[in-house]
Design a protein. Structure first.
Length: 573
């Protein structure tokens, strides 16, 4: 049998079976494993040249001609020029495609499927193959194609082409019972897999986008396990309506039903914990709503009072900054968001890169699968909460849960305060509910364990807000652009005076009594005997650790309004 090896032009490298491609047999059935291992033992014994062929056949209970056939299969070369090796021993593995040389002269009623006849037809008539490929994959710019041609219509065009080429009714495919329709179906299925990028376009733009962003190959987004390494952000329109009550000057009540309510949320990828959220009542959320959500995810969370009877916080739930004080003012490294205009606005990108200090990843357009965690969270939020409200609109117009939501919102007086409390409890309970993506641990438990185990010391440390962050920015330009409307009507000198005081007094703004203290400072600064020099020389308690720059942005508006009112009052006096 050494003649078999000598007759094959085999690289000496492959004479050693250890260099053959291996086979993963864990997914095989017990019978398939037994057959494969018996074949492998026979080939190994022969290639080691330590036993005779007769001994190998007796040991493996294999006939000689069967051993020769398996050996030839193993030494064969595939389409890529590699030896088949152990892959050729897989039960029912086809190495060479079956090729029919001649059409059968007669097809009986019992044997209506002749293997290889369809492929032989395409080989002899390339025009038929080109027609099928072009119609199914929508090739050819000069031809107007159907959006998605059905196999039934494609089969008709296939038969018309066969007739135009002069194929007789007594020849294949006309002499079969189904006129080769089943063969055509199998061919286009293989065609779609062979030309995946073209075939996926038949299933719509969304499927095409998913195919480009997912699939086989090297994973371009590694597994994230460190807290605050990556977060995902997105906005979702709540499937519910609420009633807003207005009071007229005459004391009458007017009820307005709002149908577009947005919830914006940020989820930590490593732990699945919701860091913060924000509700928006506008038709579309703006960049300010995005910044508000970012602020809520960074500033330590405080529980809101609950007024709905029976609604209470779950002991195992809560928010990350509330349950784990060591995570307060924590910042993330990467921020994933979609390509909405509000998300990509200049002010949002500037605050994320300059203040938070993270990288921004907008991802491909119209590809929510790249932010699957936040999308799945919104689905859970709807199913566990908003879809159970009597004023729910359901997930689609014909949803059976949608039953006069406008009337139900007014009837049951479902108002904004109720929605805020319900959202608070739903997200709090979500953080305390076991998650299959975290091995049935709650997001809060995962966050606590990984921080206690030193993930922020083994990996790059979690960043926090620092006081030095404040002085790295131009405060005047930042605040003037943010609150230009509040500054309108003031002289530039008055604005400059305000900023001189504010630069000195910003630490007070984040204290618990910043409103009262700031009011005293502003009033005294407008006194004739209280000069600017005295204000700037006041010694103010200054908290150095974890000084949030967001306090400047979100707390300064009230100070600006207060300053404007006093300036106007002084001008009138």
């Amino acid at each position: 049998m050494n003649r078999i090896i000598e007759s094959v032009e085999l690289d000496p490298f492959y004479l050693n079976t250890e260099n053959w491609p291996s086979v993963f047999i864990d997914n095989f059935s017990e019978k398939q494993k037994e057959i494969f291992q018996n074949r492998k033992m026979a080939i190994d014994l022969y290639m080691q040249n330590e036993r005779t062929v007769k001994e190998i056949c007796e040991l493996t209970r294999m006939k000689r001609h069967h051993l020769v056939r398996l050996l030839r299969r193993c030494l064969a070369v595939d389409d890529h020029g590699n030896i088949w090796g152990y892959r050729a021993l897989i039960p029912h593995k086809q190495l060479v495609r079956y090729n029919l040389k001649e059409f059968p002269k007669r097809i009986s009623d019992k044997d209506q499927r002749i293997a290889g006849s369809f492929q032989l037809l395409l080989n002899r008539h390339p025009n038929i193959k080109e027609l099928i490929d072009n119609l199914y994959l929508r090739r050819g710019k000069d031809t107007v194609h159907e959006p998605r041609i059905k196999v039934k219509n494609l089969h008709k065009r296939f038969l018309d082409e066969c007739r135009s080429l002069g194929i007789k009714p007594t020849e294949y495919p006309f002499n079969t019972a189904n006129l080769a329709k089943r063969s055509l179906e199998r061919y286009v299925k293989r065609l779609e897999l062979r030309h995946f990028s073209e075939g996926v376009k038949r299933h719509g733009e969304q499927a095409t986008s998913y195919a480009k962003s997912t699939g086989i190959g090297e994973q371009n987004h590694p597994i994230i396990i460190r807290p605050f390494e990556r977060v995902q952000f997105d906005g979702h329109r709540i499937d519910a309506m609420i009633a807003i009550v207005f009071n007229t000057p005459e004391g009458d009540e007017l009820v307005e039903v709002m149908s577009r309510i947005w919830i914006l949320a940020i989820i930590d990828v490593g732990t699945r914990a919701i860091l913060g959220y924000h509700l928006c009542l506008n038709k579309e959320y703006s960049s300010f709503d995005v910044l508000s959500c970012i602020r809520n995810a960074i500033v330590p969370k405080k529980s809101i009072p609950l007024t709905i009877p029976g609604l209470q916080y779950n002991e195992s739930g809560g928010f990350v900054s509330e349950k784990l004080p060591e995570t307060q003012w924590a910042l993330w490294d990467e921020f994933l968001l979609d390509n909405a205009k509000a998300n990509l606005s200049t002010i949002v990108r500037d605050r994320l890169t300059q203040i938070v200090g993270c990288s921004i990843n907008a991802g491909p357009v119209s590809t929510p699968v790249r932010r699957s965690l936040i999308e799945r969270f919104f689905q859970t939020l709807e199913e566990n909460g908003f879809h159970r409200l009597p004023s729910t609109t359901g997930s689609k117009p014909n949803d059976p849960r949608r039953r006069s939501p406008e009337e139900k919102a007014v009837q049951y007086k479902i108002r904004l305060a109720d929605l805020e409390q319900l959202t608070e409890i739903l997200i709090s309970n979500y953080n305390g509910t076991p998650h299959t993506g975290t091995n049935n641990l709650t997001p809060l438990e995962v966050m606590e364990q990984r921080i206690n185990k030193g993930w922020n010391s083994l990996k790059p440390q979690i960043n926090f807000f620092k006081s030095t962050t404040l002085f790295d920015c131009d405060i005047m330009n930042f605040m003037y652009q943010s609150w230009a409307r509040e500054f309108s009507g003031l002289r530039r000198d008055d604005i400059s005076v305000f900023f001189k005081i504010f630069k000195r007094m910003f630490a007070i703004m984040i204290s618990e009594y910043y409103k009262n203290i700031m009011e005293v400072v502003v009033k005294n600064s407008l006194d004739e005997n209280f000069t600017i020099k005295k204000v700037l020389n006041i010694k103010v308690p200054f908290e150095i650790s974890r000084m949030p720059f967001f306090a400047i942005y979100f707390l300064s508006k009230e100070c600006v309004i207060m300053w404007k009112e006093h300036i106007q009052t002084l001008a009138k006096g």
